[in-house]
Every structure is written in structure tokens, then in C-alpha cells.
Ligand binder design. Structure first.
Ligand code: GH3
Ligand code: MG
Length: 350
């Protein structure tokens, strides 16, 4: 019933992840530009064009990333750029056969942009392709002519780096999940009453605020019902505090079971419960309150073979343009006071 705002942590986690990829891509773009200039300086036009194209593609991806965020499109775009650069470097060799270093720099990036599942699958395929390129000499002419030992060592390094990258991203993913779960639990603990398991006053305050804003904006009415257990002190005095706790829990649960999905019940304090009923006028809330009152009246709680009965009194207030939530709470409290005054076990519209 408690809707905790679970998005805050995941959003910030993915925001950091997105930033990290932006910085990495800026680095790739800058290096690409640097190598293009270097190739230009030594008159290697082909390498210059390749590096300049790669840097241009990376910067284009960055622009889209910064505007649209790290969505599926940007992830796939980055991965395609990486695959193209990787395959070119491995089959062409790059300037002075240094392309293999570039391939190793690109490898962890696949997992970073695709996530560990898709990244692992992509890297597995890429490892197989590299194996095939080395085994069947599938090079671009004239071919880099790597020594066999270089091919073997590179292949083993690539497999190791791929596994390490996947393991690291899995660990990041597991930590992120843990953080989300912890955040969810902390949030729930902060908003739940420990004894009854119902929402607490802090949660209800937030809901009242939201409802009030919605009423002002869209005219969606609601009513609040303040329920208080009659002569609750006598349960504590006669049967002990522990039994009093049991009464609070059972009454709270019975109230919760008697409500519609959109209604919210919270432990307001001591032996008081506040119920919010969206869409109810004062009149219909009185009928709903009557049903709750009867439900509690008909309930019995076992104590040492005895059946103990409980009753509640309810004060009601319905929303009105001239009232804010505090006014409504005072009105409901006034109704409750009257109900108590008139002999308890009653429902009064304040
Ligand atoms: P009334 O019909 O006028 O409401 O009488 P009452 O006896 O219920 O009076 P009151 O509301 O003042 O009593 C509330 C009591 O609830 C006082 C307090 O000791 C007890 N109480 C508050 N919180 C808890 C709790 O968490 N557990 C238990 N067992 N008792 C609690
Ligand atoms: Mg009471």
C-alpha cells in the first residue's frame, strides 16, 4: 500500500553511469582526433581518414547522448562504432601494426555501454571473430602480418580482458541492485508504523498534501475519517500493554481490510487511525465510517480463553474550498470528540 519513491536512487546511479560513458567517449574522441593529426603529420592519409571518421562518429554519438540521454539507440550506436573500429583495427593493423592496442582499449567499452548481459554476448561473438580472423588470415590487404605469437598472446589477453570487463560490470550491477533494494527498505521503514504495519503519520501527511493539491487543481474530492479506539486505556490496564498492542494491530488490520483500494489508512498516533477516502462526500463517508465501526464492533480478540470486544468512534471531515488539511483535521477531531461525548461507538460528521 505504501508507494515509496523508488526511482531516486536508480536514477542517480544511472546518471553516474551515463556521465562515466560520456567522459570515456570524450576521451575516445580526443584520442581519435590526436591520432588523426599524428597520421596527418607523418603523411599517412589512410590512417588520418580512419581516425578522423572514428572521432567524428564518437562526437556525433556524444551529441545525441547529451541531448537524448543514454537510451537504447545511443547504446547501440556506440556499440556499432566500437565494432566497426575494432574490426578495422584488427584486420588492417593500424599504423605500424599498433591497432591491437586500440582494440584492447575498446573492449571494456562494450560492456559499459551494453550492460553485462548484452556486453558479454557481444564480446563472446567478437572473441570468436578475432579467433577466425587470426586462424583464417581474414585481413584487409596488404595485411598487417602479425607474428603467430602476437596473435596468440593478443587473443588470450582479449579473452581475459573480456571476462574481467563482464565481471566488473556484473559487480556494478549487483551493487546497484543492492542499493535500490536497501533504499526501498529504508524508505518503507521510514513510512510504516512498526507495530501495526500500517502507513505512519509521516506517510499520511504526504498523501494529505498531495490530495489537497489535486483537489485544488482538478476538484477531486475526498473525506478523512479519524478513528479512535474506545476506552483503550482499559485494555492496557486490565490485560496488559502487550494485549493493548495486539488490539491496536488487529483494529488497524481490520480497518485496512474494510477499505477500497484507493483508500489509505494510517496509524495517526496512540490509538488513533486516520483514513483518507478519495471521491467521498461527507455523507458517503459517514456510511463508509458506519461500515468500519460495525466491522470493529463485530470483531472479537481472544485473551486467555475470553473473547474481548472492541469499539471505535469516528469523526469525519470532507474537503471544502475554504478549508485546508489542518482545518479538516480539526473538524474530524471535533466530530470524534462529539462521538465520544455522545457515548462512544458512533460516527459523527464534524
Ligand atoms: P477514549 O475512549 O476517550 O479514547 O479513551 P481511551 O482510554 O482510549 O483514552 P486515550 O485515547 O487517551 O488513551 C490512549 C492510550 O493508548 C494511552 C496510552 O497509554 C495508550 N497507548 C498509546 N500508544 C500505545 C501503544 O503503542 N501500545 C499500547 N499498548 N498502548 C498505547
Ligand atoms: Mg481512545
Amino acid at each position: 500500500m505504501i508507494d515509496s519513491d523508488q526511482e531516486s536512487i536508480p536514477a542517480s546511479v544511472s546518471w553516474h553511469h551515463s556521465r562515466l560513458i560520456i567522459y570515456t567517449m570524450i576521451l575516445f574522441g580526443v584520442f581519435g582526433t590526436f591520432f588523426a593529426l599524428l597520421a596527418f603529420a607523418v603523411g599517412d592519409v589512410r590512417s588520418m581518414l580512419v581516425f578522423a571518421t572514428t572521432a567524428g562518429a564518437v562526437f556525433l554519438g556524444l551529441l545525441v547522448h547529451m541531448i537524448a540521454g543514454l537510451n537504447t539507440g545511443t547504446r547501440i550506436y556506440y556499440a556499432c562504432c566500437g565494432v566497426a573500429a575494432f574490426l578495422y583495427l584488427i584486420t588492417e593493423g593500424g599504423p605500424n601494426k599498433t591497432g591491437l592496442f586500440g582494440c584492447l582499449a575498446i573492449t571494456p567499452g562494450f560492456v559499459a555501454v551494453l550492460g553485462f548481459r548484452l556486453g558479454a554476448a557481444g564480446l563472446a561473438i567478437l572473441n570468436l571473430i578475432v579467433g577466425a580472423v587470426f586462424y583464417w588470415d581474414l585481413y584487409l590487404p596488404p595485411g598487417p602480418g602479425y607474428p603467430v605469437l602476437t596473435e596468440i598472446k593478443f587473443f588470450l589477453t582479449l579473452v581475459g580482458l573480456s571476462l574481467f570487463s563482464v565481471a566488473m560490470d556484473y559487480s556494478r550491477y549487483a551493487n546497484e541492485r543492492g542499493l535500490i533494494e536497501m533504499n526501498r527498505r529504508v524508505h518503507e521503514l521510514a513510512l510504516r508504523d512498526q507495530l501495526t504495519g500500517l502507513a505512519n503519520r509521516r506517510y499520511m501527511d504526504g498523501i494529505l498534501e498531495t490530495r489537497w493539491e489535486e483537489y485544488k487543481r482538478s476538484g477531486h474530492i475526498y473525506a478523512i475519517l479519524l478513528a479512535d479506539i474506545d476506552n483503550f486505556k482499559s485494555f492496557n490496564d486490565r490485560y496488559g500493554h502487550e494485549f493493548g498492542d495486539q488490539v491496536l494491530t488487529k483494529v488497524g488490520r481490520a480497518l485496512g481490510r474494510g477499505l477500497r483500494n484507493q483508500d489509505v489508512v494510517a496509524r495517526w498516533g496512540g490509538d488513533e487511525f486516520l483514513i483518507l477516502m478519495p471521491g467521498q462526500t461527507g455523507f458517503s463517508a459517514v456510511q463508509a465510517g458506519e461500515r468500519l465501526r460495525k466491522r470493529i464492533e463485530e470483531m472479537t480478540i481472544a485473551h486467555d480463553g475470553d473473547k474481548v470486544s472492541v469499539t471505535i468512534s469516528i469523526g469525519i471531515a470532507s474537503v471544502d474550498k475554504s478549508l485546508d488539511n489542518n482545518d479538516m483535521l480539526s473538524i474530524a477531531d471535533g466530530g470524534l470528540y462529539q462521538a465520544k461525548h455522545m457515548g462512544r461507538n458512533q460516527v459523527v460528521l464534524g
